[in-house]
Design a protein around this ligand. Sequence first.
Ligand SMILES: Cc1ncc(COP(=O)(O)O)c(C=O)c1O
Length: 438
Amino acid sequence: MTMNTDYFWMPFTANRQFKAQPRLVEKAKGMYYTSSDGRQILDGTAGLWCVNAGHAHPVITEAISKQAATLDFAPPFQMSHPLAFQAAEDLAAIAPDGLNRVFFCNSGSEAVDTALKMVLAYHRLRGDTLRTRLIGRERGYHGVGFGGIAVGGIAGNRKHFGPTLAGVDHLRHPLDIAKNAYSRGLPEYGAALADEFEQRLLALHDPATVAALIVEPVQGSAGVILPPKGYLEKLRAICDKHGIVLIFDEVITGFGRLGSAFAADYFSINPDIICCAKGLTNASVPMGAVIAKQEIYDTFMQAAPADTIEFYHGYTYSAHPLACAAAIASLSVYEEEKLFDRAAKLAPHFEAAAHRLRGLPHVKDIRNLGLICGIELESRPGKPTARAYEVFTKCFWQKNILVRTTGDIIALSPPLIINEEQIDTLFNAIAEVLITVD
Ligand SMILES: Cc1ncc(COP(=O)(O)O)c(C=O)c1O
């Protein structure tokens, strides 16, 4: 097939650089992609933190194809279809206690913007109308909607787009390589940074004006930033003390990445709302969801006059039948194949393999939790991102492995079906590449 690369404007991609030498995959099965030039590429990133059960799982592909032939679409406003309710029930069943009302959307970005709107409306419906401020975190990634970039903290994702939302502030991120380099699992130092939320931000803004705090339990897209021991507990306590809704953005950490259904389970901390997407359908059909505490749902139900719409929000493709079929099938695969437990069991091997890269050229930190790992490299003087990009392309072209880089950090998040030998292959390949890179 001849391919004209002119027309497709690629997302979050250096289009000109990519189009000069496209990296293309054409098939995928289990742990491997097949590239256009016929190579088997070991997937070290579960696509983009999302194909947790491995590619083209037969149970999921069959559910989608059957559904496409049975009910292709149902209008989601004032109408629905049974799989929407089933998917919501199945998702609520694995969510932390008390989080049991599910609003469907189509992506992580939409889940975040939905959650932020939900919280603002919730406070207003309760008569707590002063609570309009939203707090995020530096280096947080919450997708690309206006709400998400407002609470997000990645400068490059914000700077071209004006002032976004008013009334937003940010916590400092907890990455502290000087104190925590090469920590295995959660870093020791930094829980006190959570106190700043109360001592600095709430003191400045008045806690009674703050609607919500949104955090990724583990910051993924900005390069794997782990919460120091005790840090998330403190955030939960401060939110409780001041009546602030705590949102966990679990778009990456949901569906087994840390060895439990959600990071909330891993940390034994229940937020009030969870945003999820990606692994919800094993990435086979786009879908996102907001899982809210029942009290939030009940507030909407009680506040609106009978027989009127309670939440003026939704998408044409909310609870799309294909996505619902894919979600039901994916959740059943996770359960049947005990993939969350599998991730937990593999985590020590993954950690040991990752930390064997310590001491290799350019490596300045290695961080890991569950089946997530970040390998941070020293940047080339005046050329941030160039060194990691070279590692990424060499891994793809020369070693047949797919890694992801952000800044000068290599981020790994393989499908949960990976085995120990494949983990070793992945890290050995990166090690071999690192010694060839200037
Ligand atoms: C924590 C987090 N939130 C939101 C998103 C946005 O998800 P999407 O790309 O599906 O809009 C991502 C994507 O990586 C994410 O990691």
